[in-house]
Design a binder for this molecule. Structure first.
Ligand code: IPE
Ligand code: IPE
Ligand code: MG
Length: 255
């Protein structure tokens, strides 16, 4: 499907859910679903790039998954991540995509960290699109980390304690996991759950939400296009009323 550049969201965030169900439905082990999910990830990443999306963020592992899933599943995911990164280097380079991550990866195995680091360095000059993997990511943890970092700046005298009123939304956002991240225009969740599961809570305040019953391994380019058609037809009002003449959201104070 064709979309004009101004119709395409600059940033799409994906909650890649339903890998386990996809596998169980076929009588496979859940792990098979993760492998198939990785295939879907590649397909959707390249489609985002073709569409002209500037940032695509993928929720691959939550802090809660990391804590609560069986160790066997987590170590399988670690191996899969490593293989995936090596396999996708050509795809990232051919498509001019920069890979980056958010989340606490400090306890990941050393070889996985090394592969991640190498891939980030390799793709660091690519400026076609950012592919951001959320790994052991939790939004509440991210917000707490930002508060801690801000408090430390006050403690260390970098922020004047008498001027804390100047801590605006923009100032605060600069302490979040990726200060370069634009708020997502569209958040897509697969597998039919109507919740955010601790994903980008601050950043998705005004994101459009699209929830589909398709399980992540089945989520294909036409499903993404379907989400975009819906997105294009939404009115983003940001709490204002739409001006009937221009169709733009504007308030009496002009913002
Ligand atoms: C989401 O798929 C991906 C990860 C958490 C790694 P699930 O594993 O949650 O799949 P379902 O929800 O059990 O089907
Ligand atoms: C959210 O899916 C996390 C990822 C997709 C990585 P979950 O399957 O962990 O979410 P819940 O447990 O259903 O809320
Ligand atoms: Mg799930």
């Amino acid at each position: 499907m064709k979309f004009s550049p101004e119709q395409v969201p600059e940033h799409i965030a994906f909650i890649m859910d339903g890998n386990g169900r996809w596998a169980m439905n076929r009588g496979f082990l859940r792990l098979r679903g993760y492998e198939e999910g990785a295939v879907s990830l590649r397909r959707i990443t390249t489609h985002c790039r073709e569409l002209g999306v500037r940032e695509a963020t993928f929720f691959a592992l939550s802090t809660e998954n990391y804590l609560r899933r069986p160790r066997r599943e987590i170590s399988f995911l670690m191996r899969l991540l490593k293989t995936y990164l090596v396999k996708e280097r050509d795809m990232l380079m051919d498509n001019n995509i920069r890979l980056t991550t958010i989340g606490d990866i400090s306890s990941f195995p050393a070889d996985v960290l090394e592969t991640l680091h190498e891939t980030e360095i390799l793709t660091s000059e690519n400026d076609g699109m950012v592919m951001r993997l959320a790994l052991n990511y939790g939004s509440r943890q991210e917000i707490i980390n930002a508060v801690r970092a801000l408090c430390a700046e006050v403690r260390d005298g970098k922020i004047d304690p008498d001027r804390v009123e100047e801590i605006s939304e923009d100032v605060f956002a600069a302490y979040l996991a990726d200060p370069q991240m634009k708020d997502p225009d569209l958040v897509i969740r697969t597998a039919g759950e109507y919740r955010l599961s601790n994903f980008l809570l601050w950043q998705s305040s005004y994101s459009e939400l699209w929830i589909t019953d398709e399980l992540w391994p089945d989520f294909d380019v036409e499903h993404l296009d379907e989400a975009l058609v819906a997105y294009v037809n939404r009115d983003r009002k940001y709490g204002a009323v739409l001006d009937p003449a221009s169709g733009e959201a504007s308030g009496s104070n002009g913002i």
